[in-house]
Design a protein around this ligand. Structure first.
Ligand SMILES: C[N+](C)(C)CCCC[C@H](N)C(=O)O
Ligand SMILES: O=C(O)CCC(=O)C(=O)O
Length: 527
């Protein structure tokens, strides 16, 4: 065989062997892939089968837990009667360690039948049976006022407490079952005539559980079936506005101001006629107070009687140690610097009362002389500035009780007084943090016996920083009250004061109770 043909044949053998190799490889691969494919489908099949088995066992466990719970409660009653132990024996066994959310109860039979669609979702990703398994009921999706929403019932792996989780847009409510039962508005538990709850003394001791929760047909609310057969219906908007809300929008009613922005807009003034004769006029006065913290009714007769009629459009006059309607001047009739010609710095009144008056009313009946301008400072703006610049001082003053007092010796005009009260300088809403009250009167501050020595420096640092903000002229709005102008000042938000004056100056006014004026604002729809 010639070398070339030998080479050629060798070459062919080489090519063939390469091809053979490829064929074997690919066919092996093919076969491997094929049997891998069949294995994986086999595994998938096993998994599916396993999933079904698993879910069936869950369903079985749910049924068993329900049965065991019923028997436990029967056992519990017997047990606690006999042994008076505080804690009844916990159900043992893995069934109890599985914190199940019950699946839906069939309405007809009332038995616990896991609806197929609910069982798969009962199983969480964590299949480790040793950890308490938190079972979630099926998530139900719905649209609330066009917002993508969902709800599901969960149970806590620590406390066995059931929780209804409702997500409406970015708002997420996690409502304990007990809260839901406590707030049931069915006629059994709530009197819709008197808007009062009916007594339910043993609510907290009954072992109440939610058997099922479903959206109402039009997704406007939820229907809850309890393990004692009771059914509760909740309107979604009612839940959203009545349940704990850290991000409550309620603080948006206030338009915080400093000197420049309150002077850059028309004064919040309502004419006497509108205020006295129109619902819209009264609403404007009240909404001004909600928004700015003060409002002026202009055009009243410069008399105490006319002033009384103006304020009574809002609510009744709050009687205090100064009487109902009062008129004062610089005659030192009462033991307070208001009855002098001295300047008064920013303060709120009646800080020496457990509940300071809600509104302070002033009406300058006469002033021949100089000075005597009224100072207004938005206390909520000051508190917001403190919260932003020194949050630790804000928190300290929110949590520190400061005593205030009013002392007056007996006189022909007074039986004598010693009023004393404890209150924090700052009060906020416990969940939303919305500002509710500033209680600030450096003149009437009583000896500080509520702060231990270790915290005294912190108090003076915090209180001093607040005084610095309040004293800053940037927030000072000065207005000379003229006869005919009745000013309503929100005494829980806006501080007032005055410049020193000379001449004859006669002021009248009164205080209005906080609860009643805010109630009026709610009834007028402006709160
Ligand atoms: C308004 N009127 C003149 C009656 C009372 C004056 C005393 C008010 C007291 N300084 C306080 O801050 O509560
Ligand atoms: O006389 C004034 O203008 C204000 C008096 C005052 O601040 C008060 O009575 O609390």
């Amino acid at each position: 065989m010639k070398p070339t043909s030998l080479y050629r044949s060798f070459f062919y053998v080489k090519v063939w062997s390469v091809q053979l190799n490829r064929t074997i490889t690919s066919s092996t691969n093919y076969r491997i892939n094929e049997c891998l494919a069949s294995t994986s489908s086999l595994i998938r099949g096993i998994n599916i089968h396993k999933e079904i088995l698993w879910n069936q066992s869950i369903a079985q466990a749910v049924r068993m837990k329900h049965t065991m719970r019923n028997s436990q409660s029967v056992f519990q009653d017997k047990y606690t009667h006999k042994n008076k132990s505080k804690r009844s024996p916990k159900m043992s066994g893995w069934a109890h360690n599985l914190h199940f959310q019950k699946c839906f109860t069939s309405r007809k039979s009332g038995h616990m039948v896991p609806s197929v669609s609910s069982v798969p979702s009962l199983v969480t990703k964590d299949r480790n049976l040793k950890n308490a398994l938190v079972i979630h009921s099926q998530q139900q999706r719905f649209s609330h006022n066009g917002t993508e929403s969902s709800l599901k019932l969960e149970s806590s792996s620590e406390s066995d407490q059931q929780l209804l989780r409702i997500d409406v847009g970015r708002r997420s409510l996690v409502i304990p079952a007990l809260w839901l039962r406590d707030h049931c508005r069915s006629s059994k538990y709530y009197n819709h005539e008197t808007h009062q709850k009916n007594a339910d003394p043993d609510l907290l001791t009954r072992n109440l559980k939610i058997d099922s929760v479903e959206m109402t047909t039009n997704s406007s609310g939820v229907t809850i079936v309890w393990n004692d057969g009771h059914v509760s219906e909740f309107n979604m908007d009612w839940l959203l506005s009545n349940y704990y809300n850290e991000k409550s929008e309620s603080g948006t009613r206030h338009l915080l101001w400093d000197r420049d922005n309150i002077e850059s807009q028309p004064l919040p003034v309502v004419s006497y006629d509108d205020h006295m004769t129109l619902e819209a006029g009264l609403s404007k006065t009240v909404s001004n107070i909600c928004k700015y913290g003060f409002s002026i009714v202009e055009g009243a007769d410069a008399t105490e009687a006319a002033t009384e009629k103006v304020v009574q459009r809002l609510t009744f006059v709050q009687e205090t140690l100064f009487g109902k309607m009062w008129t004062f001047t610089s005659d030192a009739q009462r033991s307070d610097t208001a009855y002098s010609t001295l300047a008064l710095g920013s303060h709120t009144d009646l800080t020496y009362m457990d509940t300071p008056a809600g509104i302070q009313v002033f009406h300058c009946l006469k002033h021949t002389g100089t000075g005597g301008e009224t100072l207004l400072v938005d206390g909520f703006r000051c508190l917001k500035a403190l919260r932003q610049t020194h949050p630790e001082d804000f928190e300290f003053l929110k949590n520190t009780v400061v005593p205030h007092e009013y002392k007056e010796n007996p006189s022909p005009d007074s039986p004598g007084y010693h009023l004393y009260s404890l209150g924090t300088t700052i009060r906020t809403h416990p969940s939303s943090g919305e500002l509710i009250q500033i209680r600030f009167n450096p003149y009437d501050r009583a000896p500080l016996n509520t702060v231990p020595a270790t915290e005294i420096p912190t108090f003076y640092r915090a209180y001093g920083r607040l005084i610095k903000i309040i004293s800053d002229p940037v927030g000072h709005f000065w207005h000379r009250l003229k006869p005919g102008q009745v000013i309503f000042i929100d005494n829980w938000r806006v501080m007032h004061g005055r410049s020193a004056f000379a001449g004859t100056r006669v002021m009248c006014g009164c205080y209005l109770p906080r609860d009643e004026w805010v109630s009026k604002a709610r009834m007028l729809g402006v709160w």
